[in-house]
Design a protein around this ligand. Structure first.
Ligand code: G3H
Length: 248
């Protein structure tokens, strides 16, 4: 039995004050959630949000990190720094990182390995573009992202890891993949991971769906056999919407 996990990716939204206001509002609203709850603020708000959420059932994740421990990488943040703050999760390879910041599967893999080196749990994003979907390449694209991005891990690491399947055409567009379509791609991801690390570990790994998740879509999504949670963008920025999703 996999425990569902729902994470809010705030992307480049919320000042420090706004971030604190959001989590203060969320604390009570999600205290009885039956799933694991994670919020991923911007780097600037991480420390304060970690402090504010101490002793609650909400964990904190970062939206990205560098794969090196330290060094001359202007503007970057290392896994060591995240770990020291009390951050538990880190989103890796979000499609916006791949699209706007040229992140490759090779970099994703380096970041996943670096996250484990420092005791952070990666949330690894994969997904296809609309063109790729329309040319029937979805499975090939996702298969490659999984094969390269999740290379060289141990079975134990795979069991802890979270994959987020986010069809790029469904992000921030209001279009969601049907729950059944999302489930079939997610099943494919699990099969692919089973080929790499064995069925037992693949069955323990949790896979989220992401892309315009809303209070009105979450129930059907969570009712699917292989969807173990959600990575929520826009709807995670409002207390009432994110609380309704988490308390699905
Ligand atoms: O990380 C979250 C996803 O990109 C989904 O964003 P969205 O819920 O705004 O479509």
């Amino acid at each position: 039995m996999r425990t569902p996990i729902i994470a809010g990716n705030w992307k480049m939204h919320k000042t420090l004050e706004e971030s604190l206001e959001l989590v203060k509002g969320l604390k009570d609203e999600v205290s009885k959630a039956k799933c694991q709850v994670v919020v991923c603020p911007t780097f600037l708000s991480l420390a304060a949000v970690v402090q504010e959420l101490k002793g609650t059932n909400i964990d904190v994740g970062a939206q990205n990190m560098h794969f090196e421990d330290q060094g001359a990488y202007t503007g970057e943040i290392s896994p060591v720094m995240l770990k020291h703050l009390g951050v538990k999760y880190v989103i890796i390879g979000h499609s916006e990182r791949r699209q706007y910041f040229a992140e490759t599967d090779d970099m994703v893999n380096k970041k996943v390995l670096a996250a484990y080196k420092h005791g952070l749990i990666p949330i690894v994003c994969v997904g296809e573009t609309l063109n790729e979907r329309e040319s029937n390449s979805t499975f090939e694209i996702i298969g490659n992202q999984i094969k390269k991005g999740l290379a060289n891990l141990t079975s134990e690491q795979i069991e802890e890891l979270i994959v987020a399947y986010e069809p790029i055409w469904a992000i921030g567009t209001g279009k969601t993949a049907t729950a059944q379509d999302a489930n079939s791609v997610i099943k494919y991801i699990r099969d692919k991971v089973a080929q790499m690390y064995g069925k037992e570990s693949a069955e323990k790994m949790r896979i989220q769906y992401g892309g315009s998740v809303k209070p009105s879509t979450i129930k059907e999504q969570m009712a699917q056999s292989d969807i173990d949670g959600a990575l929520v963008g826009g709807a995670s920025l409002k207390v009432d919407e994110f609380a309704a999703i988490v308390n699905f």
